[in-house]
Ligand binder design. Structure first.
Ligand code: IPM
Ligand code: MN
Length: 351
């Protein structure tokens, strides 16, 4: 297969972790006779510096005409403490999600047997956890009407959803549940919010199309609690944009390392694959960041191409690196640690 993949390294550790994912993907392509054409493009603070826009038109054109986008991270500390900054790297991410129509953010949470004791949660609580969030990504309060009243003393952000937006996300949720253990949880705040009532009513109406799926409806505050009490009782969870943003950070703690969790953002056609961690500016340029979340995001990409063997091969070699202790310093405890680039080389070689 010939694959055109847009490569958006972004800021901070982005370029370093992306470089390892490229090595691993090229090794997989070699092994299974594919050819990957990498198409690098600018995004984030790097793009602001170069052209004044965190998601330039040229980058969009490259993404939109590729088979997938592999993304590193964006964000730079010089924008974080400057509320007056007019353009921010994060706007690039939001614009990209919207322009590419990436309405479904898939964020799995699972545990690695060899790392289970790294989680701050007790082993017996988290063992066997294998859940996946489907977070709505192009609607809700992130994209709603916002502003300040004339006096500047009052600010507002509004959460708006249409039935169609809920349906297309829920459809992906039901389909994913059918492929897994047929359990779907709709996370909302329907006891208070009108938009949540629309979510609940829409999902309820879809239940009859998927008679085998067992659907539960839970309030977001209760889910926040049960997620750390009994995460292994969940399978597929669907939710709106902001609830999903918050709950997926919480869920990443279960795995014991944010440096390991991949994600995919999907729409009608193209998918974007990225680690859930940020740009980690303190580590930038030091060759110490953990590349595994990005490498595992690439595995999700191969899955979505229908190249399941290739995806499995990547997950296998990642598991081997973990059990053989070929890990970056965040996972090394007192043992030997490897550089970002060394982990990438090891993975590519052992595929
Ligand atoms: C995420 C991030 C983004 C979000 C930020 C950087 C805009 O936190 O991908 O979860 O809130 O969606
Ligand atoms: Mn987030």
């Amino acid at each position: 297969m010939e694959l055109n993949i847009a490569l958006l390294a972004g800021d901070g550790i982005g370029p370093e972790v992306i470089a390892q994912a490229v090595k691993v993907c090229d090794a997989v392509a070699d092994k299974y006779n594919h050819k990957i054409h990498w198409r690098p493009a600018l995004t984030g603070a790097a793009a602001i510096d170069a052209v004044g826009d965190p998601y330039p038109e040229e980058t969009h054109a490259i993404c939109a005409s590729s088979d997938a986008v592999l993304f590193g991270a964006i964000g730079h500390p010089r924008f974080d403490n400057d509320p007056s900054a007019k353009v921010r790297p994060e706007q690039g991410l939001l614009k990209m999600r919207q322009k590419l129509g990436l309405f479904a953010n898939v964020r799995p949470t699972f545990t690695f047997p060899s790392l289970i004791d790294r989680s701050p949660l007790k082993r017996e609580r988290i063992e066997g956890t294998d859940l996946v969030f489907l977070r709505e990504l192009t609607g809700g309060i992130y994209f709603g009407k916002r502003g300040r009243e004339d006096d500047g003393e009052t600010a507002f952000d509004t959460c708006t959803y249409t039935r169609k937006e809920v349906q297309r996300l829920a459809k992906k949720g039901f389909e994913m549940a059918m492929k897994r253990s047929k359990k779907l949880c709709c996370v909302d705040k329907a006891n208070v919010l009108e938009s949540s009532r629309l979510w609940r009513e829409t999902v309820q109406a879809m239940e009859k199309e998927y008679p085998e799926v067992q659907v539960s409806y839970e309030f977001v505050d209760a889910v926040a609690m049960r997620l750390v009490q009994w995460p292994n009782s969940y399978d597929v969870l669907i939710t709106e944009n902001l609830f999903g943003d918050i709950l997926t950070d919480e869920a990443s703690v279960i795995s014991g390392s944010m440096g390991l969790m991949p994600s995919a953002s999907l729409g009608e056609s193209i998918g974007l694959y990225e680690p859930i961690h940020g740009s980690y500016p303190q580590a930038a340029g030091k060759d110490i960041a953990n590349p595994l979340a990005t490498v595992l995001s690439a595995a999700m990409m191969f899955d979505d191409f229908g190249l399941f063997q290739e995806a499995e091969a990547i997950r296998d070699v990642v598991n081997r690196s973990l059990s053989e202790g070929v890990v970056t310093e965040d996972l090394a405890d007192k043992g030997k640690s490897y550089k970002t680039s060394e982990v990438g080389n090891w993975l590519a070689k052992h595929l």
